[in-house]
Design a protein around this ligand. Structure first.
Ligand SMILES: *[C@@H]1O[C@H](CO)[C@@H](O)[C@H](O)[C@H]1NC(C)=O
Length: 375
């Protein structure tokens, strides 16, 4: 008579002991900016014509704030006049926490910056560049229509082909200046199209460095149903946009723990290069020079140069062993408990969190009752 009750317990347990990716950090709502550092320098990395404000100035000048929808906004100054030889204020934030191999990052964005001279990125790096690796999850310039993904490393790391991915590979050597580059093929991954579709979700798995993008209408159920406290089962994600199999790159050798970065620069050593700038934007101003025609002046060219982010979430695999594929295969068919359509960060997040905890407590209690009754 013991076998039936035992199988009942075994059946109920997976609903509580959730496998898959476990949430480590949720950046959203009014506390979005609490655990990021603001750069506080000019763009001395990509030589863009911006001054990345420190935290105090960012809030004071209203270039970083939480909007009425509860989303985090980071923007280029579009109201102050910049005179020749000066730089324009913008934002660059770096997560205080670094995330090791095995991590997963998911970012839901309503809007990403675009326009002539504009160069936004959502990326990761270790303490030393490029020795500790860099993952570009979202990066594009000027009037591009598509996101570009890349890894940057010391020599010896490649994207192996054929990779199981939806995007189009370019450079395969991750130590080259472009990094090992993959261009998104799904529509609306950048620019006006991204905004018009209501944005979308970018995700990156740090152990196999797969990068995904879904335009708003295509976001998978697992992500739509995820909350600021729930775990995440990635089994409905499909093939990534960019895939970097370990056969081409030993991730643990070329990457240390990574900090997340969101930034917007202007011109600089990519968007401002004549070879990049002129074909797309050369005719958009009197001089054909990125800085002169955009950065200098009233700032009215930067009305679209802002991030609006619903959330950034960091997850980890429990323990250090299983690959994401193995985790997905073993994952229970767990359905997240909260499926409200306002699963994104809202000002009522505290309440939702409370209900969520109660439900988990209730499920644990029920399972323990089953265990006590039958064992
Ligand atoms: C850039 O500026 C920051 C802040 O002042 C400084 O910590 C960093 O070392 C500088 N980096 C370079 C490459 O000069």
């Amino acid at each position: 008579m013991k076998s039936l009750p035992f199988s009942l317990v075994a059946f109920f347990l997976p609903a509580v002991v959730i496998s898959g990716y476990e949430l480590v950090q949720d950046y959203s709502g009014i506390s979005f900016f609490d655990q990021w550092d603001f750069y506080g320098s000019w763009d001395n990395l990509t030589l863009g014509d911006v001054w990345w404000l420190n935290r105090d100035d960012a809030f004071k000048q209203q270039l970083a704030y939480i909007n009425s929808a509860g989303n985090a906004v980071m923007k280029v100054d579009n109201t102050n006049t910049v005179v020749f030889n000066e730089k324009r204020a913008s934002i660059r934030i770096t997560s205080q926490q670094a995330y090791g191999v095995g991590s997963l990052w998911v970012a839901d964005m309503v809007h990403i910056p675009f326009g002539c001279s504009v160069w936004p990125a959502f990326w990761t790096k270790g303490p030393t560049w490029p020795d500790n690796g860099e993952i570009d999850i979202m990066e594009a310039i000027n009037l591009m229509q598509s996101n570009q993904m890349a890894l940057h490393t010391l020599p010896g790391c490649f994207q192996s082909t054929p990779a199981n991915q939806m995007g189009t590979s370019g450079e395969l050597d991750c130590s080259q200046p472009s990094g090992c580059l993959v261009t998104e093929t799904a529509p609306n991954s950048f620019g006006q199209g991204f905004a018009a579709a209501g944005g979308g979700v970018f995700a990156a798995q740090f152990d196999v460095a797969g990068i995904w993008f879904w335009s708003r209408p295509n976001i998978p159920q697992s992500i739509l149903q995820s909350t600021s406290t729930s775990s995440l089962d990635v089994s409905d994600w499909g093939a990534p946009s960019a895939s970097y199999p370990v056969s081409g790159c030993d991730i643990t050798k070329f990457f240390t723990a990574q900090n997340l970065i969101l930034d917007i620069t202007l011109c600089g050593i990519w968007a401002g290069l004549p070879a990049q700038y002129l074909p797309a934007c050369g005719g958009s101003g009197p001089t054909g020079i990125c800085y002169n025609d955009n950065v200098v002046g009233s700032g009215s060219r930067y009305d679209d140069a802002y991030f609006e982010v619903k959330y950034v979430r960091a997850y980890t695999t429990p323990g250090s062993g299983p690959t994401p594929t193995a985790v997905a295969a073993n994952a229970a068919s767990f359905t997240p408990m909260t499926s409200s359509s306002s699963a994104g960060p809202t000002l009522s997040q505290g309440g939702a969190l409370h209900v969520h905890c109660l439900m988990i407590a209730l499920m644990i209690s029920l399972t323990m009752m089953f265990a006590m009754l039958f064992l």
